[in-house]
Design a protein around this ligand. Structure first.
Ligand SMILES: Cc1ncc(C[n+]2csc(CCOP(=O)(O)OP(=O)(O)O)c2C)c(N)n1
Ligand SMILES: [Mg+2]
Length: 325
């Protein structure tokens, strides 16, 4: 019998057990680890790194879901560009800061916690967890649960999964940052279907009335929730007007355009002193042809043939040097 190879979870010793990495099929290659973009890099270089990293993250992400036979690939692909932009070019957070518990590190809350696999893959690409750990996704005793758990992964700032909790948590974090006199920023990523949860609107009201200028929320506006369109379930429009009425600075961007995302994130804190809300227009499943904008892919599992096709499409985009838009 072959010896099982085991991933030591150094950063989480005592919290999680080592997991047998032979449980999930190995990918065709481990994900590349990108360092945070250098402050000296040109904008062109920054955007090229984000473009490549976003394709790599999707490549590895669909292999993980295919191997684990579970996941939320559509909503993982719609939020991948925002996550990559944040971890590689925006957030003031490093693996060392997380390890040391630096109170001034920026915070990110993935409120749409069902996209956990995208978060883990970006954390691996940014050096916060080992690329090999991705092979343990959803396995018994793995630190990589189907929804992010902060007691298992140190770089995870809040447990999420039940929709409607991340924004209220982030508001609390932003208030705590002000009380601490810290310059840290708090970012929270939401789903558009998630915005139907009433708890968000209490949190939006609190953030607006308290002028939490160092709080940045982004909604993954892919127009689809689980099994139906958002507009056919409980319409959010006119969303930007509602958010402005709640005291937020509102920006609308193409959520797959790294340059636009970068500019939007960097515009906060706004001169107005209001919290910033970014409506990121995206496609669920972007950019894979059979998945894009198709509600079935909320949590459908790709067959091995569909994984292969997605890898071919992603590799073609990687090689063509075109943007994936
Ligand atoms: C309170 C709560 N109700 C229901 C669910 C089950 N659920 C998980 S994802 C999802 C759809 C969310 O849609 P959206 O926020 O638009 O996510 P995205 O399109 O970004 O995947 C639902 C209903 C949940 N996680 N939490
Ligand atoms: Mg959605």
């Amino acid at each position: 019998m072959a010896m099982a190879s085991v991933v030591p979870m150094d950063a989480n010793a005592g919290l999680v057990h080592p997991v047998d990495t032979t449980l999930l099929a190995a990918p065709d290659r481990e994900i590349e680890v990108f360092s945070r973009v250098s402050p000296d890099a040109s904008r062109e270089e920054v955007l090229e790194t984000l473009r490549r990293a976003s394709l790599e993250v999707r490549r590895r992400g669909i292999q993980t879901v295919g191997a684990a036979k579970a996941g939320h690939i559509g909503g993982e692909f719609s939020i991948s560009d925002a996550l990559v932009t944040l971890y590689l070019a925006v957030l003031n957070v490093s693996p060392e800061q997380v390890e040391a518990g630096d109170p001034d590190r920026d915070r990110l809350v993935l409120s749409k916690g069902h996209a956990a696999n995208a978060l883990y893959t970006v954390l691996a690409a940014a050096g916060f967890i080992s690329p090999q750990a991705l092979r343990t996704f959803l396995q018994p005793e793995s630190m990589l649960n189907g929804h992010p758990a902060r007691n298992k992964v140190k770089a995870v700032e809040a447990n999420t999964g039940p929709l409607g909790h991340g924004l209220p948590i982030a508001v609390g974090m932003a208030i705590a940052g002000e009380l601490d006199g810290s310059d840290r920023r708090t970012f929270v990523l939401l789903g558009d279907g998630e915005l139907q949860e009433g708890s968000n609107w209490e949190a939006l009201m609190t953030a607006g009335s308290r002028h939490l200028s160092r709080l940045v929320a982004l909604v993954d506006r892919n127009r689809l929730q689980q099994g139906a369109a958002v507009a056919d379930t409980n319409d959010l429009e006119p969303l930007a007007d509602k958010l402005r009425a709640f005291g937020w600075e509102v920006l609308e961007v193409d959520g797959h355009d790294h340059g636009a995302l970068l500019d939007a994130f960097e515009s906060a804190p706004a001169a107005s002193g209001k919290p910033t809300f970014i409506i990121a227009h995206t496609d669920k499943g972007h950019p894979v042809s059979y998945m894009r904008d198709n509600v079935a892919w909320h949590h459908k599992v790709p067959t091995p043939e569909q994984v292969t096709q997605a890898l071919e499409e992603l590799d073609a985009l990687m090689n063509s040097k075109e943007t994936a838009q």
